[in-house]
Structures are given as structure tokens and as C-alpha cells.
Design a binder for this molecule. Structure first.
Ligand code: DGT
Ligand code: CA
Ligand code: CA
Length: 572
């Protein structure tokens, strides 16, 4: 059976991690990571491409060597280079890479000096006096490590949405191959589009349940079958992701889908309304006495308790039921509402494609405009733009705008907010741009007061438009910097600035809770991909999911506007 893209990507990522611990050439390591990303986002099965004899080196980030490796993996299911590395390196050292402050060098030191080989060892070492005797391991770092262990534990139990999505799609595609399935849906937190997913809950209505179950447990991605029953089976995938499969009869599908979509809090609240109406609601249907009165569809179930359909993203019992009762449910923003992307990088800094490539890729996605927002000079590792190079870029954008019809490229910058709150480029330059996205990339560790002041000061600059990835968090890896969120939000509103919902799946920053908070405060947001290549323009959907979980309507998101209305909004 064919190796899936998700599996190939996992193999490459693991190889990169092990090479990093070994202290190998960083370019080589990055090449594996880039390739993994490409493969996750390519939307076509690599196994199929290999079978068709497609020239894989045409894919971005895939050179001759990698294309040979892909052939090896897809034909043998194995990667000999990884197997060699696995023999060399103790297995748990890899997990430690996820901990902030622990690079491969330090992991090596810990391993050699204190025999740290597992998370448990690391915790013990970090709590002992010995660790501070090691060169470069001060008390601040040790504190960071202890915090990191906790975060890693949490992250280890959950999967980022986009990662779970790869596994879910492959599995559903596989399941659908069996005939007799009437309905199939991935429910649970996955359907609610939570930023991380604990496990997958698949609900199926089928006539031939036994056959479906047999097919399910035989899936090549299964590592372990936990249970196999007539209505419920559970497996663990090779990625350690658990999958629960439930089968119901066709007439119960809506009720089961609703039950297993959750959240639990939402379900309980709905059930309570049912009780008041003399109805019993469970995963089999809505019952009055012994008679089933609803259950085939979710619409039917909601109707039975006097409500209209509530979108899965809202089902957290955070006011959606009351809103439904009052007829005040938000009309959630959709991907189709988006008319452009306002945070994009190019080859000028750390992006992979040219301005024109990005513009054309945006046209393919039906956009009316994009903003090119490369880094400013403070971000030296990304070759950030100084004044002179901004001017060069402006000139190039004007040329391309003359050439391309149907799309407008806005001249922008992702300008660094310096430690004192001033911006990394002069007003003289900022003035010449259509859009200024401001971001923090350094000095995460300022006190809450200082960090807050820094951001407020940045918003005092009359050219400041959008605060990019406002909290700086990386899901499961790094908590954001400390600042007074409410203060910053209200200052943004007061000053006519906007907040970004950064759609990079490891950022999703703002989080759903903060999106809702901003919306309730009347602040508008931009859903932006922060794309560094043409493929990551497709991250837009993850940002939209987050916006929807935060109750956003079209009007709350500035890049649903026509170019003219947007331009007005950007003039403070
Ligand atoms: P996860 O997997 O941790 O990301 O979150 P969920 O929401 O997918 O939770 P999970 O997989 O434990 O259960 C799936 C759904 O099943 C959950 O969202 C609601 C429903 N459910 C589970 N346990 C209960 C329960 O005790 N009562 C009710 N009413 N619903 C439950
Ligand atoms: Ca789940
Ligand atoms: Ca579950």
C-alpha cells in the first residue's frame, strides 16, 4: 500500500532532527525540513507522482538527492539514512529539541556529562545542582528548561491542527474506498477546528459495519489496535495519533455527529434544554418517551430544541446557545470572503519566491490584492531591508503593477518594533508605503510594563497599521511575550490600528479567545498568511478557522474589503 505524504513528511522531519543533534550541516537540515513542508502542502500524492514517473526535482525545495530519497521511501516504505541515524542516537534526545533553550549542542552536553537520555532524566537533572555546573547552563536557562518540559508534555499529548489534518485526510480517503458507507465525517475537536487536536473521532453510517471495521484496523498507518467492537473501534496510528471510529445507523447519524463533535460543554447545555422540553437527547437521536423525534441530521436535532444550526467552530458553550436563542448567531466569515493577503515575504528577505511569483499565485487564488511585507533591517538573519532596498522594492512593485492586470500589489513592510517602541525604518520611508505591518522579533523577555509600553509606542507612529502575530506564541513550543493585552487592544482601537490573525499553523496568533475578545471590543483584524513561498498562501484557511472560532463575521476582517475600502481603512 502507498506511503502517504504525511508519513514521508514525518520521516524527513525526524531525519532533520537527528542530523541536528549530530551537529550536521545546517543547510542539509533545512533542506529536509523544507522538503517536508512542500510534501505536506503539495496536495498530490508523492507515491502517485513517483509511479507516474514525474520529475520530482520540479517541486520546490526538492533537489536530485531528495528526489532519489523520495523514490526510496515510496517504493520501499523505508529510509535507510534515517535508519542509520536511529542506530547512532538515543531515541529520546530528539523530543528534547522541542524545548526552548535546548539546542542540539546542549542536548549533546547533557547526554555526555549527565547521561540525560529521556525527559525524566532531563527533569531530574534540571532539578539538581549539577546542571548549573555545566558551561552555559545558568539558573535562567534551567528555569526555562523546566517550563519547557511542561509545555512539551502538553504538546506531546496533542497534535497541531494541520498535522492532524494530514492524517485525517489520508485515513478518510482510505476508508471511503470501501463500498456501503452512507455518511462519514471526522467529528470532535477536529471538526470544531481547534488549533490542536487530542485525537480523531470518526463517525460513520454504513450498512456493512463489520467490513468497515476490518478495513479500518487494517489501515497501513495503524501501529496498534486498541479495541475492535461492533459499534466502536480505536486504533493508534504510527504517529501516535489515536483514532476512535463509531458506527451508527443512518437515522442516528445527525445525533451521533452532534454528540461526537462536542464540545462536551456544548452537548451538556443542549441536553439540558432538551430536558426542559421533555426530550431525551443522546448519540442515537432525540427521544420523546420511546419515540425518536429527530436525529438524522444536526439541523433536525437543533430544531427539536428550538434552535437553528450552530456552526461547529462555535460549539464551545461560550454563549453560542444563548445567541442562537436570541437569533443573534454571527454569520461567520468564510474563505470565499477573503479578497487579498496582507502579510507576504519574497526573495528580498527570507521568502523563496519573487514578487511577481507571489502576485501570480495570489491571482490563482482569486485575490484582488496582496501586500508585500518583507522584513526590515533589524532582522539581519533574514537580510531585512534598509531604506535603500525598500525604495528598490517599491520601484519593482510599481513596474509589476503596470504589467499585471486583475491584481494590485500593495507596497508594505513588516517593520520591527525596536526595544524602545520606535520602528526600524524612518517615517520618511514608511510614508511612501501603502501598508505597515509591525512586529516584535527580539527582546521577548522584557517586563510586562516595558513590553506593553513598547507596543503602545509603536502604535503612536501614524503609519503603523497592523500588529503582526500579536502575542508571539508558537503552539506547543513557546509562550508569547508578556504584555497587557487589553491595554494594547484598546489602544489599537483608539488609534485605528488593526490586529493580525496570523495563519501560520504553528502560530495561529491571535488565538480564538483573543480573536473573540478583539471582536467584542470592536477591533477589526486581518487574516494573513505570512507566506514565505507560493504554497503557504494556502495557510489562509487555518486563519479563517481561527477567525470563525473567534466569532468573526466578514465585517470584522479587513481583507474582505474591496481594494478601495481597504485603502481608506489603512489611512489613519
Ligand atoms: P480532543 O480530542 O481532546 O481534542 O477534544 P474532543 O472534543 O474531540 O474530545 P473527545 O475526543 O474526548 O470526545 C469527542 C466528543 O465526544 C466530545 O467533543 C464530546 C463528546 N463527548 C465525549 N465524552 C462526553 C461526555 O462525557 N459527555 C458528553 N455529553 N459528550 C461527550
Ligand atoms: Ca477528539
Ligand atoms: Ca476521542
Amino acid at each position: 500500500m502507498a506511503v502517504t505524504n504525511a508519513e514521508i513528511a514525518a520521516i524527513f522531519k525526524k531525519t532533520a532532527d537527528l542530523l541536528e543533534i549530530k551537529g550536521e550541516n545546517p543547510f542539509k537540515i533545512r533542506a529536509y525540513r523544507n522538503a517536508a513542508r512542500t510534501i505536506e502542502n503539495i496536495g498530490k500524492s508523492i507515491s502517485d507522482l513517483v509511479k507516474e514517473g514525474y520529475d520530482l526535482t520540479k517541486l520546490p525545495g526538492i533537489g536530485h538527492d531528495l528526489s532519489e530519497y523520495l523514490k526510496e521511501i515510496t517504493t520501499t516504505g523505508k529510509f535507510s539514512k534515517l535508519e542509520e541515524l536511529e542506530k547512532e542516537i538515543p531515541p529520546h534526545l530528539v523530543e528534547m529539541l522541542a524545548i526552548e533553550g535546548l539546542g542540539p549542542k546542549r542536548i549533546k552536553t547533557l547526554y555526555e556529562k549527565l547521561h540525560v537520555e529521556s525527559m525524566e532524566d532531563l527533569k531530574r537533572a534540571a532539578n539538581s545542582k549539577e546542571i548549573e555546573k555545566l558551561p552555559g547552563f545558568g539558573p535562567t536557562l534551567v528555569k526555562k528548561i523546566l517550563k519547557g518540559i511542561k509545555l512539551a508534555k502538553k504538546a506531546g499529548e496533542r497534535f497541531r491542527y494541520d498535522v492532524a489534518e494530514n492524517y485525517a485526510k489520508d485515513l478518510v480517503e482510505y476508508l471511503k474506498k470501501i463500498e456501503g458507507i452512507i455518511f462519514i465525517e471526522v467529528a470532535g475537536s477536529y471538526r470544531r477546528k481547534k488549533e490542536t487536536v487530542g485525537d480523531l473521532d470518526i463517525v460513520i453510517a454504513a450498512k456493512n459495519w463489520d467490513e468497515v471495521t476490518d478495513h479500518f484496523v487494517k489501515y497501513e498507518g495503524v501501529k496498534e489496535v486498541v479495541s475492535k467492537g461492533t459499534t466502536r473501534s480505536t486504533v493508534i496510528l504510527k504517529s501516535n495519533l489515536q483514532v476512535d471510529l463509531r458506527s451508527v445507523c443512518e437515522d442516528s447519524f445527525g445525533a451521533a455527529l452532534h454528540y461526537f463533535t462536542g464540545s462536551k460543554a456544548h452537548n451538556i447545555a443542549i441536553r439540558k434544554i432538551g430536558v426542559k422540553l421533555g426530550l431525551k437527547i443522546n448519540e442515537y437521536g432525540v427521544f420523546k418517551g420511546s419515540q425518536r423525534v429527530a436525529g438524522k441530521s444536526e439541523e433536525e436535532l437543533y430544531k427539536s430544541v428550538g434552535l437553528c444550526y450552530i456552526e461547529p467552530e462555535l460549539r464551545e458553550n461560550r454563549g453560542e446557545i444563548e445567541a442562537a436563542q436570541e437569533g443573534k448567531l454571527p454569520n461567520l466569515v468564510t474563505l470565499d470572503d477573503i479578497r487579498g493577503d496582507l502579510h507576504i515575504h519574497t526573495k528580498y528577505t527570507d521568502g523563496k519566491n519573487s514578487i511577481e511569483d507571489m502576485a501570480k499565485a495570489a491571482m490563482d487564488r482569486g485575490y484582488e490584492y496582496i501586500a508585500i511585507t518583507d522584513h526590515s533591517k533589524r532582522v539581519t538573519v533574514a537580510k531585512g531591508l534598509d531604506e535603500k532596498r525598500v525604495l528598490e522594492q517599491i520601484e519593482e512593485i510599481e513596474k509589476i503593477n503596470d504589467k499585471l492586470q486583475n491584481i494590485t500589489i500593495l507596497k508594505g513592510i513588516e517593520v520591527d518594533i525596536l526595544e524602545d517602541g520606535t520602528l526600524d525604518l524612518s517615517d520618511e520611508i514608511l510614508k511612501r508605503l501603502d501598508i505597515v505591518v509591525g512586529a516584535i522579533h527580539f527582546k521577548f523577555n522584557l517586563s510586562k510594563e516595558k513590553q506593553t509600553k513598547r507596543i503602545l509606542k509603536a502604535m503612536d507612529n501614524p503609519y503603523f497599521n497592523i500588529l503582526a502575530h500579536p502575542t508571539g506564541r508558537l503552539i506547543g513550543e513557546r509562550e508569547g511575550y508578556m504584555f497587557d493585552i487589553e491595554k494594547v487592544f484598546s489602544y489599537a482601537k483608539q488609534n485605528g490600528c488593526f490586529l493580525e490573525i496570523n495563519a501560520q499553523p504553528e502560530r495561529l496568533d491571535l488565538s480564538d479567545i483573543y480573536v473573540k475578545m478583539a471582536k467584542d471590543m470592536g477591533i477589526k483584524m486581518a487574516v494573513s498568511t505570512d507566506a514565505h513561498n507560493i504554497f503557504s498562501l494556502d495557510y489562509m484557511k487555518y486563519g479563517i478557522y481561527q477567525a470563525r472560532r473567534g466569532w468573526c463575521e466578514k465585517e470584522d476582517i479587513i481583507n474582505t474589503n474591496s481594494l478601495n475600502s481597504l485603502k481608506k481603512l489603512l489611512k489613519r
